[in-house]
Ligand binder design. Structure first.
Ligand code: AMP
Length: 469
C-alpha cells in the first residue's frame, strides 16, 4: 500500500494531510502526485469526490514550498499557481482544501469569484498570495482593473474542465491562458475526457500524461443533505409542516428512543399525518405489518429507532428525516444509507435544535460535508444563530487573518447580497454566513456566480462525494 510519505511529500504537507484525517492516498493522488512533482503536464479524468484536489494541490505546494517567506512585501508573494474552477462554490471548496494543505508551508492562498464585492478580494490580492483559486469571469475583472498580475504564474490548473465547457467559459479560459506568459506546467481535470475536452487539453497542455480514475472514494449513492434549525419544542410542528407542505411520501423518521418513536407516531396521526412506529418493543408481526404498510404507501411516515431500522429491507427510500440526530456519526451514515440508492435522488433532512449543535459538528466532520442550513420560514429562532455560523475551521481561519479582513467580514455579514433570496425568517438568519456556502445566486447572473446547485454526497461512511451538476 502506498502512503503519502512514499509519494515523497514534505513533512509540513504530511502533517497537514494527517490533520485532515487522510490515512492513505486515493488512486488519483497516487497517480497524479509523482507526475506533478516531476513537473509533468497532466490530463486527469477524475470527478469531485475522488480526492483530486489534494492530487494537484499537494505536489503544487511542495514545488513552491521553497518560496515561502514571511515578508510583508507583496512583491515577495507573487501568484505562482492559478487554479480555475467553474463556480464560486467549487472555487471556495478548492481554496479551503488548498489552505488546509498549505497550513504548515507558509504559502498563502486566496479565492476570487463573482457575485460579491471586488474590493475585499483586491485587498487580499494586494497583500500577495502564492496560490490563487478563481472563477474565470471574476479573474478577468481583476486583470482588467489591474489588481492582479499573472505574469509569474508557473503552474496552471483547469479544474472541472467539462463544466467550464458546459457553462460557456472556454473563451474566457483561453484569454486567461494567454496571459500566463511564465507558465511552465499545466494540469487539467475533468469528470469526463470527451473529444472536446481532449481538443481543449491539446491546446495548452504540453506532452501530457493522462491519468484516469473511474471510482470515487466511496460508493456513489447520492444523497442531498439539509439541516433545518429549529427549537426542540417545535420539531414535531416542523415535521408535520414539512410532510404536509411538501407532500412528502415515504419518510423514514429517526428518533432516539422507543418511547419517543411511539409518542411521535401517535401525535403525527392525531395531526393528520399517517404514521406508524417500528421499534424493539413491538412484536415481529407488528414490525412486519408496519413495514408492509409503509412500503405499500398506506402510511407515509415510518418512525424508527436506530436499532429497529437495522435490517429493514427498504429500497430506494426518497426521504430520511432525523427527528433526533444520532449519537454517533456512524449511525448517521447508516441512516442515510437508506436513501439515494441506485442513483435515485434521496434527501436526508435533519431537524437540529441547539442541544444538538455539537453532534451535528461531529457528523459533518466525519462525513466531511458542511450541510446547508435552511431555516424553514416561520420556524426561525435566535437560539439557532450559532448553527448558521461558518464552520469551525473557517472561524479559526478568520481569527488568523489580519484586522482588515476581519473588518471586511463583519461588513459583509451585515450587508444583504444583491440577488440573493432572503428567507422570511428572523433577520438574523438572512445573514450570509459564508460566500461559498451561502444560498446560491440566481442562475446565469454572473459568470463567476454559480448555477443553483444542490450539495450531493455519497451515502456511505467515508463517502463525501459532491455530485457534479
Ligand atoms: P475532492 O475530490 O478533491 O473534492 O475531494 C473529496 C473529498 O475527499 C474531500 O472532502 C477531501 O477532504 C477528501 N479527501 C481527499 N483526499 C483524501 C484521502 N486521501 N483520504 C480521505 N479523504 C480524502
Amino acid at each position: 500500500m502506498t502512503t503519502f510519505a512514499d509519494l515523497g511529500l514534505r513533512p509540513e504537507l504530511l502533517k497537514a494531510v494527517a490533520e485532515q484525517g487522510y490515512t492513505e492516498p486515493t488512486p488519483i493522488q497516487v497517480q497524479a502526485i509523482p507526475l506533478v512533482l516531476a513537473g509533468r503536464d497532466v490530463m486527469g479524468g477524475a470527478q469531485t469526490g475522488t480526492g483530486k484536489t489534494a492530487g494537484f494541490a499537494l505536489p503544487l505546494l511542495q514545488r513552491f514550498a521553497q518560496h515561502a517567506n514571511t515578508s510583508v512585501s507583496p512583491a515577495r508573494h507573487p501568484v505562482r499557481a492559478l487554479i480555475l474552477a467553474p463556480t464560486r462554490e467549487l472555487a471556495a471548496q478548492v481554496e479551503e482544501s488548498v489552505r488546509a494543505y498549505a497550513k504548515y508551508t507558509g504559502l498563502r492562498s486566496t479565492v476570487v469569484f463573482g457575485g460579491v464585492p471586488m474590493e475585499p478580494q483586491t485587498a487580499e490580492l494586494r497583500r500577495g498570495v502564492e496560490i490563487l483559486v478563481a472563477t474565470p469571469g471574476r479573474l478577468l475583472d481583476h486583470v482588467q482593473q489591474r489588481t492582479l498580475n499573472l505574469g509569474q504564474v508557473e503552474i496552471f490548473v483547469l479544474d472541472e474542465a467539462d463544466r467550464m465547457l458546459d457553462m460557456g467559459f472556454i473563451p474566457d479560459v483561453k484569454r486567461i491562458i494567454a496571459l500566463l506568459i511564465g507558465r511552465k506546467q499545466n494540469l487539467l481535470f475533468s469528470a469526463t475526457l470527451t473529444d472536446e475536452i481532449r481538443i481543449l487539453a491539446k491546446s495548452f497542455l504540453k506532452d501530457p500524461v493522462a491519468v484516469q480514475v473511474a471510482l470515487r472514494i466511496a460508493a456513489a449513492e447520492l444523497v442531498t443533505h439539509v439541516v433545518h434549525p429549529v427549537t426542540r419544542e417545535r420539531k414535531r410542528e416542523l415535521l408535520v409542516h414539512l410532510v404536509k407542505s411538501r407532500a412528502l411520501k415515504q419518510v423514514l423518521v429517526f428518533v432516539a428512543t422507543r418511547i419517543g418513536a411511539n409518542r411521535l407516531a401517535y401525535q403525527l396521526n392525531r395531526e393528520g399525518v399517517h404514521a406508524t412506529a417500528i421499534h424493539g418493543d413491538r412484536t415481529q408481526v407488528e414490525r412486519m405489518q408496519a413495514l408492509e404498510d409503509f412500503k405499500a404507501g398506506r402510511v407515509g411516515v415510518l418512525v424508527a429507532t436506530d436499532v429497529a431500522a437495522r435490517g429493514l429491507d427498504i429500497e430506494e427510500l426518497p426521504h430520511v428525516l432525523n427527528f433526533d440526530l444520532p449519537n454517533s456519526p456512524e449511525d448517521y451514515v447508516h441512516r442515510i444509507g437508506r436513501t439515494g440508492r441506485a442513483g435515485t435522488a434521496g434527501t436526508a433532512i435533519s431537524l437540529v435544535c441547539p442541544a444538538e449543535h455539537e453532534r451535528l459538528a461531529e457528523i459533518e466532520k466525519t462525513i466531511r460535508i458542511r450541510m446547508p442550513r435552511e431555516v424553514v420560514p416561520g420556524f426561525g429562532h435566535a437560539s439557532e444563530a450559532p448553527l448558521m455560523e461558518p464552520p469551525r475551521r473557517q472561524q479559526r481561519r478568520a481569527a488568523d487573518e489580519d484586522r482588515l479582513t476581519h473588518a471586511r467580514r463583519r461588513e459583509q455579514a451585515t450587508k444583504p447580497q444583491p440577488g440573493k433570496p432572503q428567507p422570511a425568517a428572523d433577520p438574523i438568519f438572512s445573514r450570509p454566513y459564508e460566500p461559498g456556502l451561502a444560498a446560491p445566486a440566481p442562475q446565469g447572473a454572473n459568470p463567476g456566480a454559480p448555477a443553483k446547485r444542490e450539495r450531493q454526497v455519497a451515502a456511505l461512511l467515508g463517502g463525501f462525494v459532491r455530485k457534479p451538476t
